[in-house]
Design a protein around this ligand. Structure first.
Ligand code: G
Ligand code: G
Ligand code: MN
Ligand code: NA
Length: 254
């Protein structure tokens, strides 16, 4: 509770910051996107990962404060990369189900694009299956607006929920992000290969892009590429990095 009491103040006093982790095309190594991951530099506790505070902040109704901060910060930094000619592809932002439910997501994105001058086509929003499945008509209105702006939608943690093909088709996502639990099992569980093949087959049938997350070894990267997965993200390629480090990484032209 003490943590959440301070989150509003944390945003205002600049204690939140973003890490950025590249996502690469497996065949070429080209960076296709950079995912923004929020952290809290707590004066006493040190750097806290999102798992320690995001859900608490949301329970307190602070999803909008947090979500807007992440969106505008990532967009501003990405606009800076764009101005410096750095090839980051898109910037990818995690969105909570509450942001969708509250109905302010599309307006926030539009306002952010206007404020920062970042082309919305450079933005990708990562949604979970829960976020997409709960909100029917309300969801579709916002999503239609976002699609009109050129924003891409990514389904995060694919394989861990219950999406049917019908649902995925209606969701308007353009990318499925295969959950790291399947990638992790790739090394020593033969069934994992079949699971990933099944997930890739779904993506292929719906003509969706694929990203595997949590790629930690060369072997995983090679097997994913051989199975037809398009992109990967994880420690094998690059860790989540602070703004200056991701800029150096982008300058180096990986
Ligand atoms: O960086 P880390 O692996 O600890 O992130 C854990 C999870 O926290 C990620 O899977 C992501 O979905 C979530 N997360 C990271 N940044 C944000 C954010 O800015 N907003 C929301 N809602 N979730 C985030
Ligand atoms: O939104 P999502 O949960 O997919 O966020 C990605 C999370 O995965 C981040 O919190 C990041 O710190 C974490 N992560 C990044 N690379 C790796 C990796 O190679 N292995 C594992 N296990 N986690 C990773
Ligand atoms: Mn994500
Ligand atoms: Na994920």
């Amino acid at each position: 509770a003490a943590l959440t009491d301070r989150i509003d103040e944390a945003v205002r006093s600049g204690e939140l910051f973003l890490h950025y982790q590249p996502q690469v095309e497996l065949a070429s190594g080209r960076i296709t996107a950079v995912e923004a991951l929020v952290r809290w530099r707590h004066p006493v506790e040190g750097v806290l990962p999102p798992g320690d505070f995001v859900h608490l902040a949301e329970r307190r109704g602070l999803f909008h404060v947090l979500g807007s901060w992440v969106l505008s910060t990532a967009a501003r930094e990405a606009r800076g990369w764009h101005d410096r000619g750095l090839a980051f592809g898109r910037v990818s932002i995690n969105v909570s189900p509450q942001q969708v439910r509250a109905g302010c997501l599309a307006d926030d994105v539009l306002a952010t694009a206007q404020e920062t001058g970042l082309d919305p086509a450079r933005l990708e929003l990562e949604l979970t299956e829960t976020a997409m499945m709960e909100y029917g008509e309300h969801y579709r209105t916002q999503i239609a607006m976002l699609r009109d702006l050129g924003v891409r939608l990514v389904l995060d943690d694919f394989g861990t929920g219950f999406s049917s093909l019908t649902y995925l088709r209606r969701s308007a996502v353009s990318t499925l992000k295969i959950d790291r639990q399947f990638v992790r099992e790739l090394d020593d569980n033969p069934d994992a290969v079949e699971t990933i093949q099944a997930l890739l087959a779904v993506a292929h049938a719906l003509k969706l892009d694929t990203v595997a997350e949590g790629v930690e070894t060369r072997k995983q990267a090679e097997r994913l590429a051989a199975m037809g997965c398009k992109c990967g993200q994880g420690m094998w390629f690059a860790p989540p990095m602070e703004a200056e480090a991701i800029e150096r990484h982008l300058v180096a032209g990986f």
